[in-house]
Design a protein around this ligand. Structure first.
Ligand code: DIG
Ligand code: MN
Ligand code: MN
Length: 395
């Protein structure tokens, strides 16, 4: 398995809802049988080299399950975990599938729905702790609207922040070793969703009482649906210490959420993402991401069972292949030479000198000290540097 810059082994994790997806979409019936909660997929994930899995409550038992049915399902799940050694590293909350959430979960105008969503969440937090998961993902699935006058948008944000803080209060009250990771998405299934991008989510996280245990679970395709550069968003999350988890998949530009295999969308973008996650910043000031490489994708509905597992394997194969390419790219003397030519190392140096105050700077430096015409003619060689990355991607 690939290793990051510091020699830590890269570990892979899959959502159960991915390989079990039956293929139904708004325009067509399921093309495959839905997994009947037998958790066989966990055994198969082990076979293809996964280290961990993740699951919504609804992926293990229906929301209408009785206590007894729920306990039976959990016992079955624990048996497969013990049998395979596959761990549950994260649990996302499902506040979006059942019709009760059709007008929203945490931001439903219907207070009864919000109280139902909260108790359903807290029960899944307890299960997360029981299984040893350390991340609890809150995706903004139904947290939005189709019409701008559907709800008081100020109160919607207030209720959303309150819900996140309330779940965090519960985690702290119980002393669980769990952090909350918010997953942004701009739209789909709702027309417009609150906390649509990494930037929006970071702003709200900063406003929370419990911001210390709230971070992000960004998904590749979701930022790209908003026509944003995912690697840039991840670098910001890492810089702010808020990359708690990640959803890897593929997307071809600003269209409906494709949830393709990782690398089956913008492959060049996938390379630069793997380079950042595995090797951190070029100057070494941004450390590698040490969490699971978690795949949240959908096996194309065209595929039979064989195609489903080929798609699962493809995620790992592509991440492994790009990891090797990124490692070679970073080590290549030509790359290092081109980094230098691009003055990349200088960006690692603060603009004021050590001990130089801004007043000293203002009093001692003249605008006319700089030969801006000569400086303006500098060539940073960025095209050749990019070509160097392409050479490594194309191998
Ligand atoms: C969709 O991108 C969402 C849900 O599948 C899940 O709640 C979350 C966790 O990865 N991603
Ligand atoms: Mn998606
Ligand atoms: Mn996701």
């Amino acid at each position: 398995m690939a290793k990051d810059k510091n020699g830590n082994e890269v570990k892979y994790s899959f959502g159960l809802w991915t390989v079990n997806w039956a293929g139904g979409d708004p325009f067509g019936a399921p093309t495959r049988p839905w997994n009947d909660y037998n958790f066989d997929s966990i055994r198969k994930l082990k076979e293809i080299g996964a280290h961990a899995f993740t699951f919504h409550d609804d992926d293990a038992f229906p929301p209408t399950a009785t206590d007894a049915e729920r306990s039976e399902a959990i016992a079955k799940l624990k048996k497969v975990i013990n049998e395979t050694g596959i761990v549950c590293e994260m649990t996302p909350f499902n506040g979006f599938s059942h019709p009760v959430f059709k007008e929203g979960g945490f931001i439903s105008s219907n207070r009864e729905v919000r109280r139902y969503g909260l108790i359903k969440t807290l029960r899944h937090v307890d299960l997360a702790a029981e299984l040893g998961a350390t991340t609890f993902v809150l995706w903004n699935g139904r947290e939005g609207a189709e019409y701008d006058n559907s709800k008081d948008l100020g109160d919607a944000h207030a209720r959303y922040a309150e819900a996140i803080d309330t779940v965090a209060d519960y985690i702290k009250a119980k002393g669980y070793d769990i952090r909350i990771a918010l997953e942004p998405k701009p739209n789909e299934p709702r027309g417009d969703m609150l906390l649509p991008t990494i930037g929006h989510a970071l702003a709200v996280i900063d406003s929370l009482d419990n911001s210390d245990i709230v971070g992000l679970n960004p998904e590749v395709g979701h930022e790209q649906m908003a026509n944003l550069n995912f690697t840039h968003g991840i670098a910001l999350a890492m810089y702010l210490g808020k990359l708690f988890h990640i959803d890897l998949n593929g997307q071809n530009g600003a269209k409906f959420d494709q949830d393709l295999v990782f690398g089956h969308g913008d492959l060049k973008e996938a390379f630069f993402l793997v380079d950042l996650l595995n090797n951190g910043g070029i100057n070494g000031n941004l450390q590698p991401y040490t969490g699971y490489r978690h795949f949240d994708y959908k096996p194309s509905r065209t595929e039979s069972d064989a195609g489903v597992w080929e798609s699962a394997r493809a995620n790992i194969e592509i991440y492994e292949t790009l990891s090797k390419k990124a490692e070679n790219y970073r080590k290549d003397p030509k790359t290092i030479e081109l980094f230098k030519r691009a003055k990349i190392d200088q960006l690692g140096q603060p603009t004021l000198a050590a001990g130089e105050s801004v007043v000293d700077f203002r009093n001692s430096v003249s605008q006319y000290d700089f030969d801006i015409d000569t400086i303006g003619k500098e060539d940073y060689g960025l095209v050749e540097l990019h070509q160097q990355a392409i050479r490594h991607i194309l191998g």
